[in-house]
Design a protein around this ligand. Sequence first.
Ligand code: HEC
Length: 229
Amino acid sequence: MKKLLNTTLSAMTAMIISFNANAAGSNVHLESANTDITDEASLQRGAKSFMNFCSGCHSIELIRYNRIAKDLNISEADMAKNLMFNADKVGSKVFSSIPADDAKLWFGTTPPDLSLTARAKGTDWIYSYLKGFYTDESRPYGVNNHVLKNASMPDALWQLKQDKSEKEFEQDVRDITNFLDYVSEPVKLIRYDIGIKVIGFLFILFILSYLLKKEYWKDVKYGKWRAKD
Ligand code: HEC
């Protein structure tokens, strides 16, 4: 039995290790994104930054503006006025503004849709990637990336990096990453909420059952109750 358990455990560990290696794509060191999907202010800031700095090239087609507005407590009027650059209707999906053919011509590849990137690559990957640009004159846009070698994406956040303190910049990147995590599984917010309620319910049920058990066994304990023979 013990042997079986040991073999199973080591097989599982091996799987986890290889899964992590796959997620990272290589052996680059990833920083911890430290995001918090329940932090609504962070998600709101992230949505704003995403629309401003990323939606020019990247779509997040699996979500619609009004869903974001509802989940993140942004009024639809506010959404339409401040966050919708590529659409007229709040019911529209979040497309990018760049035509795919032009993008291919300019970057050599079409900027991928980012709806599921947080699930495919993880938040640490996105966070480290966005922070991982460095000057490299041999590349078409003068930058290269530590996480995705020879990435064909320009450093979309270079202006922020220049204008802000390192801490503020890290927070911006964290907010965008948090937003992409939310986009990759919007129901996560509801799932967490239900999870907490279910645990609360089970806790109360536990107390009630315990009291009931005590009540039932009281008589047995004090010898008042005898089984009929
Ligand atoms: C000027 C166009 C452009 C802008 C603006 C831009 N990107 Fe990109 N992005 C690209 C291109 C092109 C790629 C493909 C890179 C490659 O595969 O070499 C890419 C790749 C990515 C990837 C990797 C996806 C994957 O699965 O490999 C992520 C994540 C990403 N971008 C996030 C962002 C975020 C977040 C922003 C906003 C802060 C942003 N990008 C702004 C063009 C852009």
